[in-house]
Design a binder for this molecule. Structure first.
Ligand code: IMP
Ligand code: MG
Length: 378
């Protein structure tokens, strides 16, 4: 399958997802700055030999020397580990160095320096060679993990201690061909769909869960009201259907929800409440989350017998003043609609092993505890 790498799309390499981190413009800018610094130090008289450490640095080395404004040479070496003859462990050697480096100015080109272990070995090896001087330039540097008291002459970009791929760097062999740098997604969101028939206490429980786990609560009703109140493009579009008594097309609802997801990708997780309502909405949500390397972890449903809930709503109607809470026929209609339209979503999530039914009868705290028990296992 051909993979299309779009900026906002997460990339999957083996079992891990990566999100866009550094664009090629910024990489080129960092490379040019490194070139400038090296050239400023060496000048036109010196003819350095640049040595790229394979495999990771091949792309950086190519772009680097293409920018280098004076005469220079280039070569590549690979660092190989061999089991030592005695029990002392690994012995590292350079593979592929055929040039005579005597009295030369050697500039090592590294793609990334992390702990500095590789750097230490490079220094060990080059220090025994009869060269004129040794310098080292690295495109990326992770200051938070670098533990060595070793000198690095030129640093392109300092980055946090997170695994990156692209521009020559790989994750287990893959990702080297990416033009941009992508950062691993280490944290996975705990996204749930909170589900249940009218009167089951979804709103109350969503709020309690949200507070307890620091989640984002996305209620479709709230999203609609927000968009209409703020006259967003999607809000106005939705209103144009509602004003003439038409149902808002799925596509409009889906787009509104997608925007909400986009705004909250850094959250611990999202509770979807009142969404999805149709299979096409559920599929669109899966697709949208998948593109970010995320997913719905579970549909957690509050389950309670209809008669019980009808009574609950009628009780509520006595004090709430909501007219649709006072007429049993109207309430039963809401259940019918729930059963015919929405309950098929149970099958959708059940088929993926993601449906968790929770007893929705009893005290509010008891129900919350049951929901937490499911959530904690996700
Ligand atoms: P160090 O020896 O810990 O400094 O690590 C250097 C080597 O580890 C690099 O040459 C890479 O091959 C690899 N490496 C370290 N961090 C990353 C990363 O974020 N992405 C890809 N490879 C990395
Ligand atoms: Mg390397």
């Amino acid at each position: 399958m051909v993979q299309i790498h779009r900026m906002n799309k997460a990339i999957k390499l083996h079992d891990k997802y990566f999100t866009h981190y550094i664009g090629s413009d910024k990489i080129q800018q960092a490379t040019r700055s490194l070139v400038q610094q090296v050239y400023n130090d060496l000048g036109d008289e010196e003819i350095p030999i640049f040595i790229g450490i394979l495999n990771g640095s091949f792309m950086f080395a190519a772009d680097f020397i293409r920018e280098y404004p004076a005469n220079c040479e280039i070569s590549f070496v690979k660092l190989a580990s061999y089991e030592g003859a005695n029990s002392s462990g690994k012995v590292n050697e350079l593979v592929g160095l055929t040039e005579d480096l005597t009295d030369k100015t050697v500039v090592i080109l590294e793609d990334i320096i992390d702990t500095g272990n590789t750097l230490a070995k490079i220094y060990d090896i080059f220090e025994t060679l009869p060269i004129k001087q040794l310098k080292l330039a690295t495109l990326f540097f992770k200051p938070d993990v670098f533990k060595k008291a070793l000198h690095i002459d030129y640093i392109g970009l300092s980055i946090p201690d997170k695994f990156i791929v692209g521009y020559g760097l790989d994750y287990d062999g893959l990702g080297r061909n990416l033009k941009d740098i992508y950062q691993i997604k280490s944290k996975n969101m705990k996204n749930i769909v909170l589900f249940g028939p009218p009167g089951a206490g979804k709103g109350t429980q969503a709020t309690l869960l949200k507070d307890h786990y620091n989640l984002v609560h996305i209620s479709t009703g709230d999203v609609f009201r927000y968009n209409i109140k703020n006259k967003t493009d999607l809000g106005m579009l939705a209103k144009s259907f509602m004003d003439v008594g038409d149902l808002v097309p799925d596509e409009v609802t889906i787009n509104m929800l997608k925007e909400e997801v986009q705004k909250n990708l850094e959250a611990v997780g999202i509770i979807f409440d009142g969404y999805p309502r149709t299979i096409s909405q559920a599929k669109a949500l899966d697709e949208c989350l998948l593109a970010k390397g995320e997913q719905i972890k579970a549909m957690i449903a509050l389950e309670a017998p209809e008669d019980e809930l009808v009574n609950r709503i009628l009780e509520r109607g006595k004090t709430s003043g909501r007219s649709d809470d006072q007429n049993e026929n109207k309430i039963r209609n809401r259940f019918n609609e729930y059963h015919t339209k929405t309950a098929i979503l149970k099958d959708y999530y059940e088929a993926q092993g993601k449906y968790f039914g929770v007893n929705g009868l009893g005290g509010i705290d008891d129900i919350t505890d049951r929901l937490k028990e499911v959530f904690d296992k996700l």
